[in-house]
Design a binder for this molecule. Sequence first.
Ligand SMILES: [Mg+2]
Length: 216
Amino acid sequence: MPTQVIDAVLFDYGGVFTHSPFSAAAPMAEKLGLAHETLLHIIFGPYDRDTDHPWHQIERGEIGIEEARNSIKSLGREHGAEVDLFEFFGAIAAITQGMNDAMVEVARFAKAEGYRTAIVTNNIAEFSEHWRKTLPLDEMFDTVVDSSQVGMRKPDPRIFAHALECLGNVAPHRAAFLDDFQGNVDAAIELGMHGILVEPDPTEAIAKLRQLIAKS
Ligand SMILES: [Mg+2]
């Protein structure tokens, strides 16, 4: 009798199927004369929490991109820097070209093996048209949970609960979750899920997932 450890695999999108957008801030920080961490904090706020920082609000679909741009500009000025969100998006686009083929392959494998699959992404409504074209979502995933559509964002435990419910009430301990941000992985682990951190080199994360979905 084959033993199966999990029933579902949940994937973050940015930094998992693409290269990590966080590293895009480094050259911009240098240009602005800010520490990398400071610029990340201005743009993303305390990313391991769910707050009313403009980036968090835009990810929950509460404000539009222009409003977030203006608010983040003000936050930048508190540090004496002109931080333009659109310039940052340009930097992200430049480094996140191309998909992580090995991750796409393991996601396809999981689906083909009968695992339920989902994307759980903190995203921005204005980006939707672009990123949704980068993968055949209907073919690869049973459900796509986009923070800007559901009004909840990681690490809020409710978005994980929502995704598990969409997959047919999968129990947390029967699901794996992959993300390139440690705070999100920690939140999933706290709920009882198998959290896997995807590093810039995703080899180890893919090996861990393959181990969980290997049927023996
Ligand atoms: Mg990510």
